[in-house]
Design a protein around this ligand. Structure first.
Ligand code: SF4
Length: 151
């Protein structure tokens, strides 16, 4: 993945920049796992404004923490470094009573105005059928009380 423009478009995505790294955050895809806040609290601080300040840590560390984001809400572009490599092999993990978590070399299609595939490396995809942000999970499984054993 070499450019934020390749990612699924989102009205809620914002870019936070420092000289060494840019971080793109798509609030519509965040499921609040907190891995970013735990991994780099000096960068990801929900009490600060802006809440993402990529200049507060080494760019490589920012990138490493962004790769922990399971939903793909976070992506990065290093000024002097490689683009994120997808996991190989691709893995698909059904989360208990929740979405499918996928990491790998993905091509997603969705209701993005034109029929096109977009590359991805991390995503949590809707499994309950109720998401308003398909193909992504938006947490609706919790709202409707969806369970794995429900048809
Ligand atoms: S790691 Fe990703 S999904 Fe989890 S809270 Fe941070 S941005 Fe949201």
């Amino acid at each position: 993945m070499s450019d934020f423009d390749e990612l699924p478009p989102s009205d809620r995505a914002k870019v936070y920049a420092s000289p060494g790294v840019q971080v793109r955050f798509d609030a519509a895809r965040c499921r609040h796992s907190g891995r970013c806040v735990l991994g780099a609290p000096e960068v990801f601080d929900t009490d600060a404004r802006p809440w993402i300040q990529p200049g507060n840590a080494d760019p490589e560390h920012v990138a490493e923490v962004v790769r922990r984001c399971p939903t793909g809400a976070l992506h990065y572009l290093l000024a002097d470094g490689p683009a994120e490599e997808p996991d190989r092999p691709t893995t698909v993990t059904p989360l208990p009573d929740g979405p499918l978590e996928i990491r790998g070399d993905l091509r997603l299609t969705g209701p993005w105005g034109e029929a096109r595939e977009v590359p991805e490396v991390r995503a949590q995809l809707c499994r309950c059928g109720a998401s308003a942000n398909k193909p992504f999970c938006d947490g609706s499984h919790e709202r409707i009380g969806w369970h794995d054993d429900r048809p």
